[in-house]
Design a protein around this ligand. Structure first.
Ligand code: AP5
Ligand code: MG
Length: 216
């Protein structure tokens, strides 16, 4: 069976994490979210976490060298033998260029890039309404809940937390950085990956269906 090497690409809040979790479960592929790895380092107060916290709270990017080192060690792990889903990496041209020889050293296949797209105003609204359940880790959008105090996945009461970088001024900074630094990475992948463009304003279920149609 072909190794599935997927990159979920798109602006903050476009739905990368939501879809990566679903596809990871359906296809039994590890979900590698660089944001989640950094947030875990912050909660454990590791050296990486202490360095990353102030940068992430402002919505800025961690250095390419740190991020690339981190991703390389994960991709070379046995768990990624059958493939992987990268979520949040690469997000600079330099990260993409560092990633390319790593990919070529582990497979002859091309990366498959799922590019999710939605307008900034939709994204700002989604992120301002995003919460995470501190009990089970589910990501929700408050707009879609009938009971905004209870996690629909595990039933926990008052367990929702808001990410520090989901304050409106930080969201706007993250979007600016995305348009300036991350979006141009798509150009690089025109020659280095198979790209599927997906409308991220569809429902979660419709997007999952389109991703599965594209990659299976
Ligand atoms: P990271 O955690 O990667 O954040 P991000 O890219 O800003 O993206 P988000 O996680 O905010 O959004 P998402 O696309 O996953 O959307 P979600 O599915 O949650 O990175 C955080 C920080 O870490 C960075 O700012 C940087 O500091 C650092 N970092 C990470 N990687 C790095 C790297 N490679 N280099 C340097 N620094 C790095 O959905 C959002 C909301 O919308 C949710 O409420 C969800 O329920 C809802 N939603 C999802 N899909 C839909 C839909 N179809 N319709 C309606 N609502 C939906
Ligand atoms: Mg995410």
């Amino acid at each position: 069976m072909k190794k599935k090497m997927l990159v979920f690409f798109g602006a903050p809040g476009v739905g990368k994490g939501t879809q990566a979790k679903i596809i990871s479960t359906k296809l039994q592929l590890p979900h590698i979210s660089t944001g989640d790895i950094l947030r875990e380092a912050i909660s454990k107060k590791t050296d990486l976490g202490l360095l990353a916290k102030g940068i992430m709270d402002k919505g800025e990017l961690i250095s390419d060298e740190i991020m690339a080192g981190l991703v390389e060690s994960v991709l070379k792990n046995d768990k990624c033998k059958k493939g992987f889903i990268l979520d949040g990496f690469p997000r600079t041209l330099n990260q993409a260029k560092i990633l390319q020889p790593i990919i070529e050293s582990i497979s002859h296949e091309k990366l498959v890039l799922i590019s999710l797209d939605a307008d900034d105003d939709i994204i700002v609204n989604r992120l301002a309404q995003r919460r995470m359940c501190s009990t089970c880790g589910s990501i929700v959008n408050l707009n879609f809940l009938t009971d905004q105090t209870r996690c629909p996945t595990c039933g926990s009461k008052n367990s929702f937390i808001k990410r520090k970088d989901d304050e409106v001024d930080v969201i706007k900074n993250r979007l600016n950085i995305f348009h300036k630094t991350t979006e141009p990475v798509l150009n690089y992948y025109k020659n280095h990956a198979i790209i599927y463009n997906i409308d991220a304003t569809l429902t979660v279920e419709e997007i999952t269906e389109k991703i599965l149609e594209a990659i299976t």
